[in-house]
Structure formats: structure tokens, C-alpha cells
Design a protein around this ligand. Structure first.
Ligand code: ADP
Ligand code: MG
Length: 694
């Protein structure tokens, strides 16, 4: 195995490479641009581009690409060789500042949600210098944002960068009020834990549903699932360990801080957690992680499934988005701190998050909405479709005492005025404490647990950053105008706790009682993606995003429509895959088996023996096959009756209300037939093989 410190970041044009290779002045200017989030001078860009090219060529690169993240949650790249022709039929290798900073992309096939019609397909990509360039398989990748010619965001990075700026602006205002003049920049930090499944590649190849939908659309449960709890944190099998070892090496080479690896709850399920970084880098790195997981799995004869719910009956996969805010002086704003003054500041940032989550529950829910994640949320394996906050008993008691102005924890009579006490350090929420909450405070950060495993983490963080920026904006407006800062701060915190405590829930989020209680508290319950996605264009949400210049109304509309449109398309692909598998695999196999059993029963009776079990099997098979035929025709007919039109909400609603139930009926009949049919006749690998063969 390679030595970690030798390979870490070996394919990254990182700060130490820049320091080494750039002229001192260029390095300083670039750094200033990065630190202050300013526009890059063209002359500086061309020096940087040249150094980047020389470095990339030495490392074996032949091409460069503007690597970007369109609205379909994957990444996009178009490679250009560095070559330029010169006299004598030869070439030289060049890379200009212009090519580094800005690219044109004819990306007419990428989703734009109406922001760009195909006849004006050009969009442009712009370098994000805060995320280092890196080499991936002979290609120098420059992380970029992607916009239309009119400057509208067509990707996941642009609003994320804008939301970071919004949060920075408001958080710095608050820090000034606390006299923290040294902190001139605040950045959101994120560590996303990534869950995934590994299955045998040869079995994957034989299942059209895994190939086309990324999840099983049929499959009777295996005799054993996750009920013994023997997989979570269990010993890692050698073959999986070999995969993880190579995965870590590949991730370290491109600078991803891969830290933790372990077996997850379901059989064949695993997790990788990185050390946190600034959110746009965390987002880039998570996209890279998903891509590299798939590639490395192939080299080990495995297939990596990132779908939110690959198998019914066992846990699906998510991403835990650990989120906090950090100053350029290295101070975590959600750390309770070591003095009463710091505790007061902590309480203000904490209540800003509580208020943001309460005010924008619907948006947080919408930010994790997808066809795949619908199978997970609310299934008692992941948080429900109702957003709430877990604070833990101790912190909740403190907030209660502050609100009531009463004694905390039965101690001696103490005055709970903000700024008078030092708060205790809160224990970190270890995995066994409360895994049911969608949004848990874990000692010095929040963990948003509702994200789907295949999604980009951008959407959720855009909402988090922007909604917290809005709380802070209101706080700063009020406190900046106060004559007595201390008492205004105290009043503000007390009022915020009072107004938003309904969002705090420390109990079990998986119970029906909680859903009833949440309804009583007036919390938003948005069960499906189709219920959640329209929230993007609710009046109050448009106002939020426009106030902070993160997304315009038309950009929000495009995001809502793309979400609904891909929801409907995914369900259509799944339904068509089910129809194909039923007509061309399941029906023929079951008819063949039924015929063979009927013939066998006849032969047995011919020699005068009784064959009640044969007769019984034939009649259950034929009755269930008739039901399967009925369900199949039903699914075909509802799919045919799908209304055509250009209302993405109506289309998604139809797919959810009419097509999904028909798919579910067809699956029930097919899964029953699976349990009746001789294994050697069944046309594709079953759950026991898929989940237990690696
Ligand atoms: P544990 O929960 O096992 O104690 P940690 O709390 O150290 O582990 O980290 C869990 C995840 O949270 C990791 O992905 C880590 O990078 C991330 N994390 C830790 N601190 C922060 C922070 N300040 N901001 C964002 N993410 C963080
Ligand atoms: Mg986890």
C-alpha cells in the first residue's frame, strides 16, 4: 500500500503546488482573490493557467475540461486537448488564461427548466478558484460554475457559491456586534457521510431494473435481512476491504479527506465519511466520491449502488450532511465556547439555525425531494417527511430556562440572563443516541440526515446557508439599532426560542404519535417529492432567495420544474422496465415452469400415485400468473393514459397517484410468483444472492 502522505493530493493543483510554481506576486494576488471571493485579473489568470498546464503535463495529462454540475445531479465534462498547431505540421501544448477562466458549452441536452431554449443553447462555465483544479485520468479538471448567456444559474454550484456569500455577509455583521473584528469571513463547513451498497457485478448485469433504474423493482425478501444487527460496524470482508483501500487511495490522490469507513445496517451496505471542508469543496468532493466509488467497484468485479432504496425490506442509503459555520480565524460558530461572552454568541447562532429551520421547513424538505428518496423518508429507517430539530435534553432545558427566566436544572437559584453564564460542552450525538431526527445538534454542528444517497448535496446546503443568512439578517437589523446590546440580545434570544420552539423534538421521530403531535404543532408534512417540490416557488421562499440574491424567481421555477420533470421521467423508466421484465422474462419463465409441473403431476398420476401438492402448486401458479397478467395490462394502460401536456406538476402528480400504485400491484404478484417458482427457472438473481454473495 502506498504511503498516505506521499499520495495525498498528488493530483491536485493545491496551495502548496501554487506556492511552489507561481511567481510570488501572482500567488499573493490569486490568494487574495480566493480569500475575498473576488474576480480574477486576466493577467494573473494567464500566469496561473500556464503553471497549471506545465504541472498537468508533467503528471501525464493530455486534456483539460471545465468540470461542472448541471441540474441533473451528476457532473459534466467535455475534454479538450492542450494542442495548438504550429509550422511544420507539429503541435505545441497551450492553455490560456481565457481558457482557464471561462468556457463555452453547447449544452443543449442538459436540463434548463425553460431558462434556455435549444436554439440558444450556449451557456458558459466560469472557474471557481476556491475549489482546486485536479487531474482525473489524463484530464486536468477545472471546477466551474455553469450559467446561461443571460447569467442565470444552470447548475448546482452557482447558487451554492451565492448562498455562501449571503451567509458570510450576515454572519460577519453579527460577529462585529460581538466585537470580533478579526473575523472578516465566515464560511459554512460540511462533512457529508456517504452510504452505498456493493453487489456482485455479474449479478447486477443480469438485472434490467438495476441497470435502468439503479434499484430493484422486483424481489421477494431473503430469509434473512438486517434483523440480527450483525452487519452494522461488523468485520469488513477482505474483498470489501480491498475495495475500500483502493477507494481511499484514489480519493486521497484527488485531495478528498476520506476518513471513516464501516459496514452499515443493511447487508451489503457500507459508508464512507470524509473530514469536513468548506461547503463548495465538500460538494465537489462528494460528486467525485460517488464517481470514484463506481469506477473502483468495477475494478473489483463489484457494482456500487448509490440509489436511495435499492432493496425493499432493508435500509436504504442516505447522506448525513454535517453542517456548521467557521470564521477565517478558525473559530466554529456552533461551538458553545469557553466564556459567558462566547456562550451568548453561540446561543445567538444556535437560535438563528432554529428559526431558519422552522421558517423554511418546507424548503428543507423540498431540497431533499426525489423519486428515490421518497422510498426512504418516512419508512422508519430514515427521518420522516416532517422536519424537526433534535437538540438533546440538556440544551433543550437550558433554552427552556432562558425563555422562562427560571432556574436551570434545579441548581441554586441562578439568573439565566444571556451572557451571564458559560454553557457546558454538549456531548456529541453518537449514532445510538437519536438517529431518527432529520436535523440533530451533535455538540458543535448540525447533522441534516434526510439527504438521499445519490443526490448532490448542493440543494440542501443552498437552503441551509440562505435560510440561516435570513435569520442573521433579521437579528443584525434589530441588534445594530439597539441602544443596549446586552438586553436587546437577551430579549431577541428569548423571543426567538418562544416563537420557534415548536420545531424542537427530542423523542422518537419514527412513531405515529410524533406525526400527530407535529400536525398539532402546525409543522409541514410533505410526504412525497410531488408535495414538496412546488414549495420552491411559494411566495415567502421566492422572497427569501431574491433578498439574498441566491436564486431569482425564474431560476427557482426552473429548479421546481426540473425536479418534477425528472420525478415523472424516473417513474416512467421504472414502469417501462417492469413491463419489459414481466413480459419478456417473468411471464415466459413462470408459464414454462407451470407447464413442466403440470406435466410432472400428470405423469405421477399416470402411474397411479396421488399428486395433491402438484395440483395445488399448479393452481396457485396459474391463479397468481393470471393476477400478474391483469396487473401488467393495468400498468400498461395507466402508462398509456398518461396525460400529455406541459404542466410538470400535473404529470408528476399522475405518476405518483396512478402509476406508482399500479407498479406496486404488479410487483406484489411477481414477488409471490418468485416464491412459488423453482429457482432454476427464475429469470434473474434474487435478493438472497444479491445481498449475501460478496
Ligand atoms: P463522530 O460523530 O463520530 O464523533 P465527528 O463529529 O468528528 O464524528 O464527525 C462526523 C462527521 O461530521 C464527519 O464527516 C466530520 O467531518 C463532520 N464534522 C465534524 N466537525 C464538523 C464541522 N465543524 N462542520 C461540518 N462538519 C463537521
Ligand atoms: Mg452514518
Amino acid at each position: 500500500m502506498a504511503c498516505v502522505d506521499e499520495i495525498f493530493g498528488i493530483n491536485v493543483f493545491n496551495d502548496s503546488v501554487m506556492r511552489q510554481r507561481l511567481p510570488k506576486e501572482t500567488y499573493k494576488t490569486l490568494h487574495k482573490t480566493i480569500d475575498e471571493g473576488r474576480r480574477l485579473d486576466p493577467q494573473v489568470a494567464s500566469v496561473v493557467a500556464n503553471a497549471m498546464k506545465d504541472w498537468a503535463l508533467e503528471r501525464g495529462a493530455t486534456h483539460y475540461t471545465h468540470w461542472f454540475q448541471p441540474l441533473n445531479s451528476v457532473t459534466a465534462e467535455k475534454h479538450d486537448a492542450f494542442i495548438t498547431p504550429v509550422d511544420g505540421g507539429r503541435v505545441i501544448q497551450e492553455f490560456s488564461g481565457k481558457e482557464l477562466v471561462r468556457g463555452e458549452a453547447d449544452a443543449s441536452s442538459l436540463p434548463s427548466g425553460g431558462l434556455r431554449s435549444t436554439f440558444e443553447a450556449r451557456g458558459y462555465t466560469a472557474w471557481d478558484p476556491t475549489s482546486y483544479a485536479f487531474i482525473k485520468e489524463h484530464v486536468l479538471c477545472v471546477p466551474t460554475a455553469y450559467c446561461s448567456y443571460g447569467g442565470e444559474a444552470l447548475d448546482k454550484k452557482t447558487p451554492l457559491l451565492r448562498s455562501m456569500e449571503a451567509l458570510n455577509r450576515q454572519a460577519v455583521r453579527i460577529l462585529k456586534l460581538f466585537g470580533r473584528m478579526d473575523a472578516t469571513r465566515v464560511t459554512p463547513t460540511v462533512g457529508p457521510e456517504q452510504e452505498y451498497f456493493l453487489i456482485e457485478k455479474s449479478l447486477y448485469d443480469r438485472r434490467s431494473d438495476l441497470i435502468f433504474a439503479g434499484r430493484t423493482l422486483f424481489g421477494a425478501p431473503a430469509p434473512k435481512g438486517q434483523e440480527l444487527g450483525d452487519h452494522f460496524f461488523g468485520t469488513i470482508k477482505s474483498r470489501v476491504q480491498a475495495f475500500m483501500t483502493e477507494l481511499n487511495e484514489e480519493l486521497w490522490k484527488v485531495g478528498v479527506l476520506a476518513k471513516t469507513e464501516h459496514n452499515e445496517t443493511a447487508p451489503a451496505q457500507h459508508e464512507m465519511a470524509p473530514i469536513h471542508s468548506i461547503v463548495n469543496v465538500a460538494c465537489d468532493h462528494n460528486q467525485l466520491t460517488m464517481e470514484i466509488m463506481k469506477k473502483v467497484a468495477r475494478r473489483h468485479g463489484l457494482h456500487c449502488l448509490l440509489s436511495e432504496k435499492p432493496f425493499a425490506g432493508v435500509n436504504g442509503s442516505g447522506k448525513h450532511n454535517n453542517w456548521s459555520m467557521s470564521t477565517n480565524t478558525g473559530y466554529n460558530l456552533l461551538e458553545p465556547g469557553d466564556s459567558p461572552h462566547e456562550s451568548a454568541q453561540f446561543l445567538l447562532f444556535l437560535t438563528a439555525v432554529i428559526k431558519a429551520v422552522d421558517d423554511y421547513q418546507d424548503l428543507l424538505r423540498a431540497s431533499v425531494a426525489s423519486a428515490g428518496n421518497d422510498h426512504r423518508l418516512g419508512g422508519c429507517e430514515a427521518p420522516p417527511a416532517v422536519i424537526s430539530i433534535f437538540l438533546g435534553d440538556e440544551l433543550t432545558e437550558i433554552l427552556k430556562s432562558i425563555e422562562a427566566g427560571s432556574i436551570y436544572n434545579g441548581r441554586e437559584k441562578t439568573d439565566m440572563t444571556v451572557g451571564v453564564h458559560m454553557l457546558p460542552k454538549f456531548p456529541k450525538d453518537t449514532t445510538d443516541r437519536n438517529r431518527t431526527s432529520p436535523f440533530a445538534f451533535t455538540g458543535n454542528k448540525f447533522e441534516f440526515r434526510s439527504l438521499g444517497s445519490s443526490a448532490s448535496i448542493s440543494d440542501a446546503n443552498v437552503v441551509l446557508n440562505t435560510s440561516v443568512a435570513e435569520s442573521l439578517r433579521q437579528f443584525a437589523d434589530e441588534l445594530e439599532n439597539a441602544s443596549d446590546f446586552r438586553s436587546a440580545l437577551h430579549d431577541l434570544i428569548v423571543r426567538t426560542i418562544h416563537d420557534h420552539k415548536r420545531i424542537i423534538f427530542n423523542g422518537n421521530n419514527y412513531t405515529d404519535e410524533w406525526l400527530k403531535e407535529a400536525e398539532k404543532r402546525g409543522l409541514a408534512r410533505l410526504d412525497s417529492a410531488v408535495d414538496a417540490l412546488p414549495c420552491y416557488t411559494a411566495e415567502k421562499n421566492i422572497r427569501l432567495f431574491e433578498t439574498h440574491k441566491v436564486l431569482s424567481e425564474s431560476e427557482l421555477r426552473s429548479r421546481r420544474d426540473i425536479g418534477l420533470d425528472s420525478y415523472a421521467k424516473i417513474i416512467a423508466i421504472e414502469a417501462n422496465t417492469m413491463i419489459m421484465m414481466t413480459r419478456r422474462q417473468i411471464l415466459p419463465a413462470v408459464l414454462r415452469f407451470t407447464g413442466d409441473i403440470a406435466a410432472a403431476a400428470r405423469n405421477i398420476r399416470d402411474i397411479g400415485a396421488d399428486c395433491a401438492s402438484g395440483t395445488e402448486l399448479v393452481s396457485s401458479l396459474s391463479a397468481t400468473t393470471d393476477q400478474l397478467g391483469f396487473d401488467l395490462r393495468q400498468l400498461e394502460s395507466v402508462l398509456k393514459a398518461r396525460p400529455s401536456g406541459d404542466d410538470p406538476l400535473a404529470d408528476a402528480r399522475y405518476m405518483h397517484d396512478i402509476v406508482l400504485p399500479a407498479m406496486s400491484d404488479l410487483r406484489a404478484s411477481a414477488d409471490k410468483l418468485e416464491t412459488l417458482t423453482d429457482r432454476s427457472y427464475w429469470p434473474f438473481p434474487t435478493y438472497d444472492e444479491l445481498l449475501f454473495s460478496v
